[in-house]
Design a protein around this ligand. Structure first.
Ligand code: SF4
Ligand code: SF4
Length: 164
């Protein structure tokens, strides 16, 4: 383990700080010449990779039916108690669907547990990171805001199949 240098052990040059200040300025100048990573948001938007965990969304199949079978696992696992699911029966093969599915985005901590536990790949973390609300009610996302066509979520689903 590196030994900590005490103040009384400093040599003359270190005690007057001039050399240390010059060293610091050289480091600053070096970093000024490096490539910049800052983006001029919102004019330039960040395009997240498939591994990014933006807001959780529900997968809407091409035939207009949501994948979710309202098993409630995501709701049970959510550490922030942000998900509310109410199940109902359907004539479709999947037998159950969520009559009500809500995520309170003021509670969500983007942990991705809901996505991890879902047996149907029905809830996934999207690339969306722009969340703005002016009141608490607007932060409760129902199916109207949660359902996203599967085509827009393909790379995340592929990513999950590879690494989940
Ligand atoms: S990402 Fe985490 S906190 Fe957000 S809804 Fe899913 S399980 Fe809950
Ligand atoms: S999103 Fe998945 S885990 Fe949550 S209720 Fe629907 S099927 Fe179950």
């Amino acid at each position: 383990m590196a030994q900590k240098k005490r103040k009384k052990d400093l040599n003359f040059w270190e005690r007057i700080y001039v050399v240390e200040i010059i060293k610091g300025m050289i480091l600053t100048l070096k970093n000024m010449l490096r490539p910049k990573f800052t983006m001029e948001y919102p004019e330039v938007k960040f395009e997240p990779p498939a591994s990014y965990r933006g807001r959780p969304v529900l997968v809407l199949e091409d035939n207009g039916v949501e994948r979710c079978v309202a098993c409630g696992l995501c709701s049970r696992v959510c550490p922030a108690l942000a998900i509310e699911v109410q199940a109902s029966e359907t004539e479709l093969e999947k037998e159950r669907y969520p009559e009500k599915f809500e995520i309170n985005m003021l509670r969500c901590i983007f942990c991705g547990f809901c996505e991890e536990v879902c047996p149907e790949e029905a809830i996934v973390m999207s690339k969306e990171y722009e969340l703005v609300f002016t009141n608490r009610d607007d932060a409760i996302f129902g199916k109207d805001k949660l359902l996203i066509p599967v085509d827009q979520l393909r790379d995340r689903i592929e990513f999950l199949r590879k690494f989940k």
